[in-house]
Design a protein around this ligand. Structure first.
Ligand code: SF4
Ligand code: SF4
Length: 180
């Protein structure tokens, strides 16, 4: 990509006035949030939950464990373009592409192997942003644990199983559908 490419958007930092440059508005905003919480506690409102008995619902844009999406025919959506692995700042995605099986006329390649090291991942969401076919997505799973490092290295089968687990409660974010 060239520097004069019209697709590149240049963002200017916002211009702050003298008052804003003192950071007093931001401090006042912060104190207002704290004040609201204090008033809530005084009114008897709880700001904590009894986890794990009471499940925590993260916000819709929470970035948790990945999944590999499937298409309408139940095939992995990924076309092994490697864009997610290239975009990943910590290089925790490892893909081995192969020629698509016979009959998969809509693509040339598919991932023979697709591995994400969830322990190295910083959950930045760059892979999700980079994917041209919405094949890799982050889910709201936040409490996945493992007893060994190997358990936290997710292969294709495991990533597809996360899709099966979450597809009903979390339709594709990239498809502009609602999340829970
Ligand atoms: S969320 Fe970020 S760090 Fe994790 S695999 Fe995707 S691009 Fe890499
Ligand atoms: S998940 Fe998306 S970006 Fe990554 S290799 Fe597959 S198609 Fe490309």
């Amino acid at each position: 990509m060239r520097l004069d490419d019209p697709c590149i958007k240049k963002l200017e930092p916002p211009k702050l006035n003298v008052f804003e440059r003192t950071y007093l508005p931001q401090i006042i905003d912060g104190l207002a949030v704290t004040g609201r919480h204090i008033l809530g506690v005084l009114r008897g409102e709880s700001i904590t939950i009894e986890y794990p008995e009471q499940p925590h619902r993260p916000s819709p844009n929470y970035r948790g464990v990945h999944r590999l999406n499937k298409d309408e025919e139940g095939r992995v959506k990924c076309v092994a373009c490697m864009l997610c692995a290239t975009a990943c700042p910590v290089h925790c995605i490892d893909i081995i592409g192969a020629t698509a099986p016979e009959g998969w006329s809509d693509r040339e390649k598919y991932p023979a192997s697709f591995v994400i090291d969830e322990l190295r991942c910083i959950f930045c969401g760059m892979c999700e942003e980079a994917c041209p076919v919405d094949a890799v997505e982050l889910t709201s799973f936040y409490d996945l644990t493992g007893l060994s490092r190997e358990e936290m290295i997710f292969d294709k089968t495991k990533l597809l199983s996360v899709y099966d687990l979450t597809k009903d409660s979390e339709p594709s974010r990239m498809g502009n559908l609602t999340t829970f």
